[in-house]
Design a protein around this ligand. Structure first.
Ligand code: SRM
Ligand code: SF4
Length: 578
């Protein structure tokens, strides 16, 4: 295989070209002066807690979302007040690895600017919620102190790059993580707008072209990259736009199988939008990694839909053009054919909680953080406890792809100190939950998410407390079954690969899905539409009971519901799951 330089940006997207036939977001990007817009003016406008519409859109590329507290939206309207505007800021942490010093800074910034909490996400990073406009610059500058930022955490660009955490495989993890970080650094936008707006850096002389890869219109939509190290599929590689599956032989990283075209997002009542699992299209040696990132991203950059935004993800480009055509185009840009995919096997997409020993003898403790929310409550001082651990910890932290955290790389002699702190802050029993709860995830949803149609993070723990007696009655309390909930069909907790999923349709109403693959290999299928808690619990009682009685030895719940004919199978790689 030959190596190539980054493909030149598609000139048809340049400002000089007519944009009138393209969607409004394309015009906005093209006219934004590489994401500067009027964000600085908006930030200094004292009349409102919000920013103007176009800046709100552009700020997403800087990892920031304007939101308002939906719990008090109606009340504010009645009082003729503007909505309670605040901002969500998402940090870019490739592979979710951070040092104790970085943790302490995040903790400090969360206490100061983020309503005394942090939120771990399903893509291994942190979000600050409830940040007021005036606090955005101090927040960004605080992050810079520990070499963190929020660049490209949202927007039409390469989003946070994921990497399996695999604490047991220390050497391979270190190697793959370094490559994930390299890919992230390579693929993020290069505009200096971020430094100018958030750090007050001088404009200086512009390097032209300012975005050698993206051009003025960036990607048609978000683009997600992930690295996975079998046998764990914790990052749900089949849900990534571009996934790299590490192929390891005799303890050595040989290269990666390449998977393209995954995505969860769908829009309510819009059957032309659908979740899709990625297709594995071949194998590349490690040295071809960055050229492959360029080749795949450039195909989507140049052929993705720039008119219909809901149809602009890579999965639709692939289905429109055909997988063979897309693969040939990627190979032509790479200047070589991909080798045949190499064998690999996944066993789970969940986290293994508790203590494990790495192949280098160091200890790792994965702590279950329910739905990723890190705060202090009367029951457990999670924010305080993790801060104290960060003060003594000499290794790293790894954010898991399931919204939890691993205290990593602990010298065995330092383990007792960590154990003492876990106990002291009441965190030692967070892992003592039903296996279903430990395999649960819920997206943020209300009150901050503008798109939420129903509760998720605030509701799933309560619903699980009603499901757990059913599990116990059927002897299933220790049976890992994945359950995921989202407040709308967008799929932020990757629900469509869960064995049980609930996606919000209206307050208190959900679609119920069954039959995802235990290691993320199969989409689930809708079982009940737009139902409330009563119907959900009734269905679970019946079907979990059947599972307990009728399952075969070792049979997973997701496999059982298909074998038993409760839902039909969504065949490998296929899309529609309604
Ligand atoms: Fe997401 C939009 C939260 C992972 C698919 N997502 C949003 C927004 C920003 C709502 C908005 O646009 O106004 C949510 C902010 C809520 C809040 O108040 O914080 C939001 N998404 C999240 C997070 C925080 C969920 C969580 O509980 O952890 C996750 C942040 C990940 C990160 O660190 O980058 C998150 N979102 C995902 C995932 C899962 C993944 O990437 O592994 C998906 C499905 C995968 C995919 O992209 O197909 C996902 N989010 C979406 C979509 C649907 C995209 C689509 O193709 O249609 C939207 C809506 C949109 O983009 O228009 C969305
Ligand atoms: Fe918001 Fe929907 Fe994503 Fe949940 S799935 S965070 S409700 S956009």
């Amino acid at each position: 295989m030959t190596t190539t330089t980054r493909p030149a940006p598609d000139r048809s997207r340049d400002l000089s070209q007519p944009l009138d036939k393209l969607g409004p977001d394309e015009t906005l990007k093209a006219n934004s002066d590489y994401l500067r817009g009027t964000i600085r003016q908006s930030l200094y406008d004292p009349i409102t807690g919000s920013v103007v519409f176009s800046d709100n859109k552009l700020m997403k590329f800087h990892g920031i979302y304007q939101q308002d507290d939906r719990d008090i939206r109606d009340e504010r309207r009645r009082q003729k007040l503007e909505p309670a505007f605040t901002f969500m800021a998402r940090v870019r942490i490739p592979g979710g690895v951070l040092s104790p010093a970085q943790w302490l800074k995040l903790d400090d910034l969360g206490r100061r600017h983020g309503a005394e909490m942090l939120r771990l996400t399903t893509r291994q990073t942190f979000q600050f919620h409830h940040v007021v406009k005036e606090d955005l610059q101090p927040l960004m500058q605080g992050l810079r102190d520990v070499l963190l930022d929020t660049r490209a955490a949202c927007g039409d660009d390469s989003r946070g790059v994921m990497c399996s955490i695999n604490p047991q495989l220390s050497k391979i993890h270190a190697e793959v993580y370094a490559l994930a970080k390299k890919a992230s650094d390579h693929a993020i936008p290069k505009t200096r707008a971020y430094d100018e707006i958030w750090y007050g850096a001088g404009g200086g002389e512009r390097k032209e072209p300012e975005e050698p890869f993206y051009g003025r219109t960036y990607m048609p939509r978000k683009f997600k990259i992930g690295f996975v190290i079998p046998p764990s599929n914790d990052i749900d590689v089949y849900t990534q736009d571009l996934g790299f599956i590490a192929i390891v032989s005799r303890g050595k990283l040989k290269g990666f199988n390449v998977a393209i075209g995954g995505g969860m997002g769908r829009t309510d009542q819009a059957p032309q939008t659908y979740p899709r699992l990625a297709d594995v299209i071949g194998f590349i040696p490690v040295k071809q990694l960055i050229p492959t990132v360029d080749a795949v991203m450039s195909v989507q950059r140049d052929f993705g839909d720039r008119v219909e935004r809901p149809h602009a993800r890579f999965k639709y480009t692939i289905d429109d053009k055909g997988l063979d055509w897309i693969k040939a185009e990627i190979e032509s840009r790479l200047g070589a054919k991909l080798s045949p995919a190499q064998p690999f096997a996944f066993t789970t997409n969940g986290d293994v909680v508790g203590w494990v020993e790495g192949d280098d003898g160091r200890a790792h403790y994965t702590l279950f953080v329910e739905n990723g929310r890190i705060n202090n409550t009367p029951e457990r001082a999670l924010l305080d406890g993790l801060r104290e651990i960060a003060r003594v910890h000499k290794g790293t932290f790894r954010c898991t792809p399931n919204q939890s955290v691993t205290i990593s790389d602990i010298d065995p002699k330092d383990r007792p100190a960590i154990e003492t702190l876990l106990k002291q802050y009441g965190l030692d029993n967070l892992n003592a939950r039903s296996a279903m709860r430990l395999n649960s995830m819920a997206c943020v949803a209300l009150p901050t998410c503008a798109l939420a149609m129903a509760e998720s993070e605030r509701y799933l723990p309560m619903l699980l407390s009603k499901i757990e007696p059913i599990l116990e009655a059927n002897g299933l309390a220790d049976q890992p079954i994945t359950i995921r909930m989202t407040g709308c069909p967008n799929g932020c907790a990757r629900p469509y690969v869960a064995e049980i999923a609930l996606t919000g349709r209206a307050p208190g109403k959900y679609n119920l899905y069954f039959g995802g693959g235990f290691h993320g290999q199969r989409l689930n299928k809708m079982y009940l539409e737009n139902v409330g808690e009563g119907a959900i619990l009734q269905a679970l009682e019946e079907i979990l009971g059947r599972y307990a009685r009728e399952r075969q030895p070792g049979e997973r719940f997701g496999d059982f519901v298909i074998r038993a004919g409760i839902v039909p199978e969504v065949r490998e790689g296929r899309h529609f799951n309604d």
